[in-house]
Design a protein around this ligand. Structure first.
Ligand code: LLP
Length: 391
């Protein structure tokens, strides 16, 4: 059966095989031409949108600098991400800081470094930010109270979620924000992540239409991120453009996954097959490097970087001491021999950024294939670095 995911571009595949001869595995690698193609497709679908790349998907400075050069802004949700965005050269007015809590110490740091545009998530935040940073430019995040189809950890727009202000609480929050001297640029809607259904977005857009009619005009309409890799962007784009135009607002978007997921792979080495009641292919990469299969049941397709006439079906076992440390199950593969390489696909978003030092696993090397050569985005962490903050 033909794979339903795009195969690795041949030049990138060759580069991965070459890299594995020079660098220890496992490592992440990203195909820049694929990222550029995704950006191009996004811009074609939303020609009038200003795009704030959601750093959380993949925050490597080498990627951020390239996005900045292509006129993207940055979406952050923590002080660390703002710091990183500034280090990558984004100016405060190009950075959007969201998230459900901005502590007094965070606000104080922003005052020193430069205040980004703030996405406010509750009445408490309106008050706190109004007090600490009067005059700041803000958006109010709406909790649209809509069901969406995705993993429940990723459904942020449901009424039960911790995010945003319910529609019925918006009026009071807007009043309070203005009374406190905040400059309200507009409203912000982020429905969830990995959304594949147009209907989910359409329901969100209909609500925004209603809210802008009731409480507008605003300078900006932020429709968030959340685009699933299979979403029909071309069908969605015109609806967003028309909506923003109708309200004479600048259209802002905050995509993360859509731009980088498909470009990234985690390259792991095979160390033999072990049989219990199942057949496990032993890999040097696992849950410390890529937590998504374990956390969300995410399916990451696998492409072998070797050949063999014999075939088998394997579960991909990581090296951790947990039964759940399995990157994929029932994967049909050519029979591997020790040293063979596997590329775990769709790992460019929320792969490295969610990796951990669990079991004193150093963070892996990250490489960028520029289309012409390989660039090191981040060195592999050393064992010594793992101990550095301890006495
Ligand atoms: N804007 C806001 C306010 C967000 O919370 C997020 C993601 C984004 C934009 C970008 O969403 P994207 O376009 O990437 O779907 N760790 C999970 C994904 C969590 C997403 C959290 N918020 C995963 O591995 O799938």
């Amino acid at each position: 059966m033909a794979p339903s995911y795009p195969r690795l571009a041949p030049a990138f595949r060759e580069a991965l095989i070459g890299a594995a001869q020079r660098f220890p595995t496992p490592f992440y690698a990203y195909d820049w031409p694929t990222i550029e193609a995704r950006l191009e497709r996004l811009r074609r679908a939303f020609p009038e949108a200003e795009i704030f790349y959601a750093l959380k998907a993949n925050p490597r400075l080498g990627l951020l600098r390239r996005f900045r050069e292509r006129d993207l802004g940055a979406e952050a949700v923590s002080l660390g991400e703002v710091y990183r965005a500034y280090r990558a050269g984004f100016r405060p007015e190009q950075v959007l800081l969201n998230g459900p809590l901005k502590t007094p110490s965070l606000l104080e740091a922003l005052q020193r470094w430069g205040v980004p545009i703030l996405g406010l998530d509750s009445l408490l935040e309106v008050r706190r930010v109004g007090q600490a940073l009067p005059g700041a430019q803000v958006l109010l995040r709406v909790n649209p109270d809509l069901p969406v189809t995705t993993h429940h950890h990723l459904a942020t727009g449901q009424g039960e979620s911790k995010f945003g202000l319910l529609p019925e609480d918006l009026e009071a929050a807007l009043l309070e924000a203005r009374q406190r001297g905040l400059e309200v640029l507009g409203l912000h809607l982020h429905l969830g992540s990995a959304l594949e259904r147009l209907e989910d977005f359409e329901a969100g857009y209909a609500l925004m239409d209603q809210l802008y009619r009731s409480y507008g005009p605003f300078a900006v309409m932020n429709l968030g991120g959340g685009f699933g890799l299979g979403l029909a962007l071309e069908a969605l784009g015109p609806a967003a453009t028309t909506l923003a135009r109708r309200h004479q607002a600048r259209l802002w978007l905050e995509p993360g996954r859509y731009l980088v997921a498909e470009a990234g792979v985690l390259v792991a080495r095979c160390y033999g097959v072990k049989h219990t009641r199942r057949s496990y292919l032993l890999l040097d990469a696992g849950m410390s490097h890529l937590i998504r299969p374990m956390l969300y049941g995410a399916a990451h397709p696998v492409e072998p970087l070797y050949e063999s006439p014999q075939k088998g079906v394997y579960d991909l076992a990581g090296p951790a001491c947990e039964a759940g440390d399995v990157l994929a199950r029932d994967v049909p593969l050519p029979e591997p021999k020790e040293g063979d390489l596997l590329a775990i696909l769709l790992a460019g978003a929320y792969g490295s950024s969610m990796s951990s030092n669990y079991l004193d696993t150093p963070r892996p090397l990250e490489l960028l294939w520029t289309g012409e050569g390989l660039e090191v985005l981040r060195q592999a962490q050393s064992l010594e670095a793992l101990l550095a903050e301890e006495g």
